[in-house]
Each structure stands twice: as structure tokens, then as C-alpha cells.
Design a binder for this molecule. Structure first.
Ligand SMILES: [Zn+2]
Length: 68
């Protein structure tokens, strides 16, 4: 099960919680103040912006031009 990071909207406490894939932050409560509104932080392996290797797929698909 992946480990996600959350930040409490009330006290800004950051904590980690194990959640099943695709789960939202529902049911997660801040361990410090028990506030239930938390923001899910991006996981370390899923940072999406600024990646040099993330080349966009060419328009038209990947298999065009080889089939007669
Ligand atoms: Zn809190």
C-alpha cells in the first residue's frame, strides 16, 4: 500500500498515511488536532512538472506510417 503525505488545513501539520490506490483523503484526520480537512501532497515519485524525460506523444498516435 502506498504511503501518502497529507497536510492539515487547520494547523498545517504534515503527516503520512497509508491509503489504498485511488483513495481520496476522506476519513483522514490530522493526528495532531483531529481536524478532518487535509490536503494530499504529491508523492515523491509522482512529481509531474518539470520532468525532462516526459516527452509528449506525437500527435496522431505512435504507429502511424508503418502500415501500408
Ligand atoms: Zn491539524
Amino acid at each position: 500500500m502506498p504511503l501518502y503525505e497529507y497536510r492539515c488545513r487547520d494547523c498545517s501539520h504534515e503527516f503520512e498515511a497509508l491509503r489504498a490506490l485511488g483513495d481520496s483523503a476522506e476519513g483522514i484526520a490530522c493526528p495532531q488536532c483531529r481536524h478532518e480537512e487535509v490536503d494530499k501532497l504529491h508523492s515523491t515519485f509522482a512529481a509531474s512538472t518539470g520532468s525532462k524525460d516526459a516527452a509528449p506523444a506525437p500527435a496522431g498516435g505512435c504507429c502511424m506510417g508503418t502500415a501500408a
